[in-house]
Structure formats: structure tokens, C-alpha cells
Design a protein. Sequence first.
Length: 181
Amino acid sequence: MNRLAASMLLLVLSQPAWAQDEAERERIRTERARIEAAFAEQEKACYSRFAVNDCIDEARARRRAGLADLRRQEVSLNDQERKRKADQRLREAEERQAEQARRQQAAPAPAPAPVAPRAARPAPRPQQAAPRQPDAPPAPDTRENLRRHQERLEEAQERKGRVEQRAAERNKPSRPLPVPP
């Protein structure tokens, strides 16, 4: 292992997890930029050759392989971060539950309600429920409702008469609909 890699590994191991992740992400970004720059250089060199397409295809394959490896590293990093955050949330939830349990133990327990003797208790209700009755309509003011109803009937009759009169004035005899077979 070369000195640079060893010192980088030592630096990464001495930092907290979030700092390690950020350093690793920065390394991946740098490596990705290096791969893209190398591809651009190779692509430019391919245009000076006779078999341009084959050369570009090979350069793309190298780029794809390098980026795929970086993507696997990035996915692994994301997975570790996700697990770390889930563990943190779990610890926080456990701490809240422990705090709540401490509060409940510290608070005085409410006195239980006195139980009435069996003879003084009301009889238990039967478990079978009676069928539900439909709601009865509210008692209407019958005189007022009848008067309004009569007015509406009279208005409807007047409207019907006006419509029939207009139809007769137009002198358009209307034919009845045919009787269905």
C-alpha cells in the first residue's frame, strides 16, 4: 500500500462517520471527473484514427466500467448512511420511550375508582341490539305546509295552461309518440 493511500485510510478512520461519508463522496466525485476527462481525451484522440467508431466504442466501454464501479461504491455508501440514520432514529425512539416510562414512574398513580357492591350495580345490558328504527320525520306545521302545497299546485297548473296556450297559438299540432310494440 502506498503512503498516500495509507495516510488517506488513516485520515478517514479517525473521523466521525458523517465526515468519512463526505470524504468518500468527494473522492468519488473527483474520480468521476477524472474518468470523464480521460474519456473526453480518448474521444478526441479517436477522431484522428481511421476506425473512429471502434475507438470511441472502446473508450465508452472503459468509461462505463469505471463509472459502474464508482456507482457501486456510491450505492454502498448510501446504504451505510441509510442504516446509520435508521439506527439513530431507533435509538432516539428508545430514549423517548425510556423518558416517558421514567415520567410515568415518577408521577403518582391515580387512585382506582371504588367498586360498587354487586347488589348496587345496574343489571348488564343484553348483548343483542334492537333493530334500528328509521328516523321519524319531524312533525310539520300541517296548515302552513298544506297552504304552500296548494299554492305550488296552482302555480304549476297556471304554468301548464300557459304552455298549452302558446303551443296552440303556434298552430303546431303535436303528434303523440308511437306506441311501443
